[in-house]
Design a protein around this ligand. Structure first.
Ligand code: C2E
Ligand code: MG
Ligand code: MG
Length: 777
């Protein structure tokens, strides 16, 4: 059965399903987001590297162009004209923003000569080296492109702005890049932005050409410069690489970096989310920082990130919906199953399971309130017969009608349940002992009402019922014990004739326990063959001769001691042990007869008691015949004693069997006559030879005139029907005399002899007498 706690858990299951699947979606989206970020960062890094590479390419291109100009100067013998230089430089420079110049080294002694030469070459008669003044050496600007220089300006003029860089470049034998500076030869004021770079290449001539060209002592012929603004360099690069990047550039050749470009005026570089690259060119080191124009988040393909979330979200919704639907179906199915567990379908009463639960609950309340509780088990009598005769469908309908009638008879506070089969359990709480008579009358009323006829499928059915009652707390403190005891009580009611009720008492329990013990021990006794047959003589009351013997079971158990057949035979009958036990008795009786015959003893007819269950067996007669042929014994040596009960249960079949046995030559006796229904018609119709009057009548025959009268009547009647009468249990001479007076034929009892063991036969005076008599005859 489902607890409400489990139900609540189940009702939340769809939330859990939704949450788990949605969480998976979040995880998947997050993984994709991370991957996208990583991808964007890598791309940003790659773009920065590409940007740096392009910068490097731009600078290298400038250096190459500068080298071409150097080669031009080196190879010109008579000097390069201004127009030639311009044409050459223009052809090199794809971007007009690069400028070239050549400054010629002029030692002091050649100044005048050089000025003259340049005036001719440049077509400018006013060419002079300036600023004026006598200096040791000069390096006037000789050629330039684009043509907007002041030719003749001495670059070795000590006050020249870039004199240090020029000297440094002269001393180095390689091309040197300047730090960011102002455009050369410009009139720019000192607070102008230093956004120009100059590549300077010193020209050293080989020894063989120095003689006709102006050089210093080590062959320094002058200097070629290429200058360009940062803007023009970046223009060359950014269309290719930098359009979606922010960048800033610094010259880090010295200890203090000189930042000369920052494309992100507004954005801050402080968050550290940028890439740094380094570039070394012509003696200088640049640092290049790059980052995407837009943040990394704008580089992420958000659709890719969101799609798993959407898919999982949708999946979560669908699955949550189905989970909820599944649980609802599951719970409704479970509820209907539970209902079936609680309520019995056939009767509409509480099921066996539920009534037991109710009983447990009631016990707890009774315990608290200090009240009594009665558990009544109602069991229909011979319901199986109706089931067998009319089928289970009719049986079921009858049970349903019985249950309805039962609930109508019972008081409102009674709880009724169906235990299955043909049994019901009724629970009644009653407050004190005064309720007891009420319980008695209720039980009677229930039996009366239930036993009234039913109409089922056009049939009129009659059925009785027996009731067993167990009271709480006297006879059971828990449900199981109460039901067990009520069961025992109903059993008792059944054995005492059915259609009655019985209250459980302690004695019943003890008796039941002993019966169970007897049952188990009896089974073992039968296997170990620890039973015995004793024989009680029957005496002809006129001749006082032994005319027969009754075989009686004797059992001396190791644990239980001597147990009377009056006690264990009924148990054997109820448990079915009587069948193997009966077989054993017959076999023993035959065996003994054979043994006695072999010992030369004249054996009188031996009467064997036979229970109803034995006679009901189809193989009873075949077995008997088999024994007769096995032991080769005259059937007339055997008598069979049966009680009336068998005749009531199955009169017709039994009559046929008894006739067959009689035809074999065996005598039949009706045992314990007078105690049961004692229908005299049996005596008339059935092939009985003897009537055995029950010892109850004989016991009181002297004291009780009614018993005497009954005994007398039975004897006369039996004689009239041609039957002989045996009186059981004759214990004294007065009884014997009275029976003789009544004309009784045969007697049996302790007055003559108790039942004797099989091996005492030869020494028993009655048998000995019988044998003597036989020999005289
Ligand atoms: P039953 O067939 O009526 O047997 C007679 C019973 O009366 C025997 O009791 C016998 O010992 C007892 N009896 C005989 N004379 C006297 C007497 O003078 N005074 C008293 N008080 N009792 C006397 P037992 O042997 O205890 O057997 C009881 C019953 O058990 C038998 O009653 C019979 O119904 C049944 N029984 C015994 N042996 C068998 C058997 O082998 N098969 C079956 N089916 N039932 C048996
Ligand atoms: Mg008997
Ligand atoms: Mg008897």
């Amino acid at each position: 059965m489902i607890s409400s706690k489990n139900r609540v858990k189940g009702s939340k299951a769809h939330y859990i399903v939704f949450f788990i699947i949605f969480l998976c979606g979040i995880a998947a989206s997050f993984a994709i987001y991370l991957e996208e970020c990583r991808h964007a960062y890598n791309n940003q890094k790659a773009s920065g590297a590409y940007f740096t590479e392009k910068l490097n390419d731009g600078l290298t291109q400038y250096i190459t162009q500068l080298s071409s100009v150097v080669a031009l100067i080196e190879s010109s013998e008579g000097g390069v004209s201004s127009s030639h230089f311009s044409r050459f430089a223009r052809s090199l420079s794809t971007t007009p923003k690069v400028g070239f110049y050549f400054a010629q080294y002029v030692p002091a002694g050649k100044k005048y000569e050089y000025e003259m030469q340049q005036s001719v070459l440049l077509g400018n008669i006013n060419f002079t080296i300036y600023p004026e003044g006598e200096r040791k050496e000069y390096m006037p600007l000789a050629l330039g492109y684009p043509d907007k220089f002041i030719y003749g300006y001495d670059m070795l003029y000590p006050q020249y702005r870039d004199i240090n860089a020029v000297i440094q470049a002269r001393n180095a034998s390689v091309i040197m890049l300047s730090e960011p500076t102002l455009p050369p030869f410009s009139d720019a004021v000192s607070n102008s932005i230093a956004d120009t770079f100059v590549l300077r290449a010193p020209i050293y001539l080989p020894v063989d050409v120095r003689y006709y060209k102006l050089t210093d002592s080590i062959g320094f012929h002058g200097m070629v410069g290429a200058y360009f603004s940062v803007g023009s360099l970046l223009n060359q690069v950014t269309p290719l690489a930098g359009h979606d990047l922010y960048y800033r550039l610094a010259d880090i050749s010295s200890n203090n970096p000189i930042w000369f470009v920052d494309s992100s005026a507004a954005s801050s570089w402080d968050d550290g989310e940028f890439d740094t690259h380094y570039l070394s060119v012509a003696g200088r080191k640049w640092r290049i920082d790059t980052r995407y124009l837009t943040g990394i988040s704008s580089r992420i393909n958000w659709l890719l990130v969101i799609i798993p979330l959407l898919i999982f979200g949708l999946l979560a919704l669908i699955l949550a919906f189905y989970t909820r639907k599944l649980f609802l179906t599951y719970y409704s199915a479970l509820e209907s199953v539970n209902k079936r567990i609680e309520i019995d379908e056939l009767t509409g009463l509480l099921s066996r399971y539920q009534i037991q639960r109710e009983l447990d609950k009631l016990i707890v309340t009774c315990q608290k309130n200090n009240t009594q509780l009665a558990a009544l088990i109602l069991d229909l009598d011979h319901f199986k017969t109706i089931n067998d005769a009319f089928g289970h469908e009719v049986g079921d309908k009858l049970i349903s009608k019985v249950s309805k009638r039962l609930t109508s008879v019972l008081p409102k506070n009674a709880i009724v349940g169906y235990l299955g089969g043909d049994a019901f359990l009724v629970l009644l709480v009653h407050n004190d002992d005064q309720d007891m008579p009420q319980l008695n009358s209720l039980a009677k009323e229930v039996i009366r009402k239930i036993s009234q006829s039913y109409f089922v499928d056009g049939l009129t059915l009659d059925i009785g019922c027996s009731i067993g009652v167990a009271l709480y707390p006297e006879f059971g403190l828990d449900g199981v014990t109460l039901i067990k005891n009520a069961d025992m009580a109903v059993y008792q009611a059944k054995t005492s004739g059915r259609a009655t009720y019985h209250f459980y008492d302690g004695e019943m329990g003890r008796r039941f326990a002993r019966n169970v013990r007897i049952e188990t021990r009896l089974r073992q006794a039968l296997q170990k063959e620890s039973l015995e047959l004793h024989f009680q003589p029957k005496v002809d009351l006129i001749t006082e001769r032994c005319v027969g013997m009754e075989a009686l079971l004797r059992w001396n158990d190791e644990e239980l001691g001597v147990v009377s057949p009056a006690e264990f035979v009924p148990i054997a009958e109820q448990t079915g042990i009587i069948l193997p036990l009966g077989d054993w008795v017959f076999e023993q009786a035959f065996r003994h007869i054979l043994e006695w015959q072999e010992q030369g003893i004249t054996v009188p007819p031996i009467a064997v008691n036979c229970s109803a269950a034995q006679l009901k067996r189809i193989d009873f007669l075949p077995k008997l015949l088999a024994l007769l042929s096995k032991y080769k014994i005259d059937p007339s040596l055997l008598e069979i004693e049966v009680t009336e009960s068998i005749l009531i249960e199955d009169a017709e079949r039994c009559a046929e069997l008894l006739r067959q046995i009689s035809h074999l030559g065996m005598k039949l006796a009706i045992d314990d006559f007078g105690t049961g229904y004692s229908s005299l018609s049996y005596l008339k119709d059935l092939p009985f030879h003897y009537v055995k009057i029950d010892q109850v009548f004989i016991r009181n025959i002297i004291e009780d005139k009614k018993h005497a009268a009954l005994t007398h009547a039975i004897i006369s009647l039996s004689h009239d029907l041609g039957l002989k009468v045996i009186a059981e249990g004759i214990a004294n001479i007065d009884q014997l005399n009275m029976l003789k007076e009544f004309g009784c034929d045969i007697g049996q009892g302790y007055l003559f002899s108790k039942a004797l063991g099989a091996n005492t036969m030869g020494s028993d005076p009655m048998i000995v007498a019988l044998n003597k008599q036989d020999s005289l005859d």
